[in-house]
Design a binder for this molecule. Structure first.
Ligand code: HEC
Ligand SMILES: [Cu+2]
Length: 341
């Protein structure tokens, strides 16, 4: 039932994609490379449409010629001797010539496009390191010049609008690929190597990203959001993210924190507490994120608790175990997690 639902939604999405105008605005319903929202993506989108148009034209011309040949079919005659086919070679030369020109033109257009998206036109105003893990993304706002501005988050990248942002891409395990279709082409994240790419959003909005290199069981649930905001909003977000978690005062929250320290802190970090795990998403401001577990669930208190108790059912094989909690512990943990916003 769920599968059927998804596939009919996919068909609808595909249909929308095919019918939508190529230059639809940033709020287009479809998160797809047929629409672009920034200078790192627009030239490749145009290239995609151009090459598609060329292919369609070739198919249409061939179809028309074929139909013409069928209609004007001559009566069958004895085959002529080799070398006396009676002309027609002119058409072969024209065909080869036109094909060669079209292929050269598309090669040239592709090279020009690659050059156009290779570098931003201005020096990137922000630099982020993204590390791919099975099956989530660590986002590191490192700032060498100012360590006080350094913080780590997960699965949600905020950027200021109209500013080129440099992304250093790493992998902690296998090969992944970072792709935000409306903002840039895809780039692989390879263990032991730092690849770089840049993105820029011309309008505020949420742009969905996705791992596009098969990386194991939960590859499909390895999404992320890029949230583009006006500079002032971005600064406010960053200032809030830099803050450490407050230490709990209230009794239940304190109990919840103790459960967290016992059962979660080996993997997860919460800045400002003794939880310094680095193999899992930093949870200092987990409540501020839109989604949980790399786009698997929307972030609500119910989903949060559901995730903690049923991670293995919700995202089988993910590197977080499911936890069995009694009602009291679940309530306490919930109360503590609610303070991490
Ligand atoms: C063995 C390591 C491990 C332990 C222990 C662990 N987690 Fe996780 N947790 C992970 C990993 C890995 C992920 C990322 C899973 C994914 O998205 O594929 C994760 C994801 C999460 C997320 C989603 C974060 C986000 O930004 O999407 C939350 C919330 C979370 N864990 C809470 C907890 C809590 C609460 C506990 C303790 C009861 C806990 N975890 C214990 C490894 C662990
Ligand atoms: Cu993947």
């Amino acid at each position: 039932m769920r599968l059927a639902l998804i596939s009919s939604r996919c068909k609808l999405a595909l249909l929308t994609a095919l019918l939508a105008p190529p230059l639809a605005h940033a709020d287009a319903p479809l998160e797809y490379f047929l629409h672009s929202a920034g200078p790192a993506a627009t030239p490749t989108m145009h290239l995609g449409w151009g090459l598609t148009a060329m292919c369609v034209a070739v198919v249409a011309i061939i179809a028309v010629l074929l139909a013409g040949a069928l209609v004007r079919r001559r009566p069958a005659a004895a085959p002529r001797a080799l070398g006396k086919e009676g002309g027609g070679m002119g058409w072969i030369y024209i065909g080869v010539g036109v094909s060669t020109l079209a292929l050269l033109a598309s090669l040239f257009y592709t090279l020009v496009t690659l050059q156009a998206v290779a570098q931003p036109s201005a020096v990137p105003g922000l630099s982020i390191t993204v590390t791919a893990y099975d099956w989530w993304w660590k986002i590191d706002y490192g700032d060498d010049s100012d360590p006080a501005h350094h913080f780590v988050t997960a699965n949600e990248i905020h950027i200021p609008v109209s500013v080129p942002v440099k992304i250093g891409l790493k992998s902690a395990d296998v090969i992944h690929a970072f792709w935000v279709p409306r903002l840039a082409g895809k780039t692989q994240a390879i263990p032991g190597q730092v690849n770089t790419q840049w993105i820029q959003a011309d309008a505020p909005g949420v742009y969905r990203g996705q791992c596009t290199q098969f990386c194991g069981a939960q590859h499909a649930h390895m999404a992320f959001d890029v949230v583009a905001q006006p500079q002032a909003d971005f600064d406010a977000w960053r200032d809030a993210q830099i803050l450490q978690a407050a230490s709990p005062a209230d009794g239940q929250v304190r109990t919840g924190q103790k459960i967290f320290m016992d059962r979660c802190a080996g993997c997860h970090g919460v800045r400002g507490s003794d939880a310094v795990g680095v193999q899992a998403p930093d949870l200092t401001h987990v409540g501020s994120r839109r989604q949980l577990a790399a786009g698997t669930l929307t972030n609500t208190p119910e989903h949060l608790l559901d995730w903690v108790q049923h991670a293995q059912q919700i995202k089988p094989d993910s590197l977080m175990p499911s936890f069995t909690l009694n009602m009291q512990d679940a309530a306490a943990l919930s109360a503590y997690l609610a303070t991490l916003h």
